[in-house]
Design a protein around this ligand. Structure first.
Ligand code: CMP
Length: 156
């Protein structure tokens, strides 16, 4: 394909460090408080490049599908209602060990447990309203990126 990179960024590249892509959501509590830029700055300061980004408002059906893995958890209804309550910003972040690096920058799921300087420590309101989501593994990163973006929207 013209102009398209042919490598899979989440596969092994013996010639270079492991360049990965991961999926990120800036959640409703953060977009509502005008924190999008402050959160993006944290990603960029950590060396993550934003190779795709869009601001959208999820439907309830989309939120339920995206978080389907949690459908039997007691917080599922609350989580989905929250995710449709305001716009979100979905992004693809690229860099060396991007999945682990993004999780480090985000901090623990519960802001009470998050390390100083992390996004969740600085900005999150609670375990539910925790400002950001990030993929936890290469397989989920690929699935989550494909849920929101076509290949043409990823510009590295
Ligand atoms: P996230 O990384 O988006 O993945 C699933 C989300 O469920 C998680 O972040 C939290 O925001 C949310 N979550 C996890 N545990 C709880 C909980 N006990 N109560 C409410 N929300 C939760």
């Amino acid at each position: 394909m013209l102009g398209q990179r042919q490598f899979n960024p989440n596969s092994e590249r013996p010639d270079k460090m492991a360049i990965q892509r991961t999926f990120s959501i800036i959640k409703p509590d953060a977009t509502k408080r005008n924190l999008t830029g402050a959160i993006v700055a944290k990603f960029e300061e950590a060396g993550l490049r934003i190779v795709a980004s869009k601001r959208i408002q999820l439907t309830l059906a989309q939120a339920q599908q995206f978080y389907g893995v949690h459908k039997d958890r007691p917080f599922f209804g609350e989580l989905c209602e929250f995710m449709v309550s305001e716009p979100i910003v979905v992004q693809v972040l690229e860099g060396e060990d991007a999945i682990a690096k993004n999780r480090e920058v985000m901090g623990a799921t519960n802001p009470a447990d998050a390390a100083p300087g992390t996004i969740r420590k600085e900005f999150a309101l609670s375990i539910g309203e925790n400002s950001v989501h990030g993929s936890d593994a290469p397989e989920t990163a690929a699935e989550e990126i494909a849920f929101f973006f076509s290949g043409l929207e990823l510009v590295g």
